[in-house]
Design a protein around this ligand. Structure first.
Ligand SMILES: Nc1ncnc2c1ncn2[C@@H]1O[C@H](COP(=O)(O)OP(=O)(O)O)[C@@H](O)[C@H]1O
Ligand SMILES: [Mg+2]
Length: 212
């Protein structure tokens, strides 16, 4: 039983995209997955409502206003609202195994995420190595100056950077259909699937350490 919190106080940073695709990944591997939604907007649960029954099953959990961990799941993926901070953030970080922070490369996003990473750094569970934190770049065009700026920022942040996901229409198309990239024929999304490898390795390898 492992739990992943997806968090960044900035709206539109890619939390729900990351949460739904990660849930889709573990479901595609035959794991028992709970997608837990702390956001009042219920975007993750609405995605689940659209999910065709023939795709691998993901269980939904309404966790509005609180964090929620499912004891029966192999993986609980928690999507969180914009603005998560303070006591709610501390309580959630304490209870999860992993925090993944999705962020875009603009100066606005870097500015908004800097304080948040600092807050995470100060959390006891993070300092003691009980909760693992990683950052992933979202909608990154690797040829841009902004992407280079993000890399520099992430290196200085002290948290592992577990890759960059490029901006691709397939994320919006899949979202409309209640699907993840892992539900689509791999030949159609090969390049995007490759970009998930560092994040998935990081999760699975650290999970093995936790289970020992
Ligand atoms: N890699 C990507 N490529 C293209 N669009 C993306 C990508 N990641 C996120 N998006 C889009 O960006 C918007 C905001 O993402 P979302 O996951 O809803 O952010 P949040 O949950 O943090 O508010 C959505 O329309 C989503 O489809
Ligand atoms: Mg969201």
């Amino acid at each position: 039983m492992s739990t992943v919190l997806i968090a960044n106080p900035k709206g539109g940073s890619g939390k729900t995209t990351l949460a739904t695709n990660l849930a889709g990944y573990f479901a595609s591997r035959g794991r028992h997955v709970v997608l837990s939604d702390m956001d009042r907007q219920r975007s993750a649960l609405q995605w689940l409502d659209r999910r065709p029954y023939k795709l691998p099953l993901i269980h939904g959990q309404d966790a509005r206003g609180k964090h929620a961990i499912s004891l029966s799941a192999d993986w609980t993926i928690i999507d969180s609202p914009a603005g998560l901070r303070g006591e709610k953030l501390s309580n959630a970080v304490k209870e999860v195994d992993f925090v993944i922070v999705p962020m875009q490369a603009s100066a606005f996003d870097i500015g908004a995420t800097r304080d948040f990473l600092q807050l995470l750094q100060e959390e006891k569970a993070v300092r003691k190595g009980r909760t693992f934190v990683a950052v992933i770049g979202m909608r990154i065009d690797s040829r841009t100056r902004a992407a280079a700026g993000l890399q520099e920022f992430l290196t200085a942040s002290g948290f592992p950077a577990v890759g960059n996901l490029r901006s691709a229409q397939v994320y919006a198309l899949a979202a409309e259909q209640g699907a993840s990239l892992f539900d689509i024929r791999p030949s159609q999304v090969q390049r995007d699937l490759q970009q998930w490898a560092p994040l998935l390795h990081w999760l699975v390898n650290n999970d093995k350490r936790l289970q020992k």
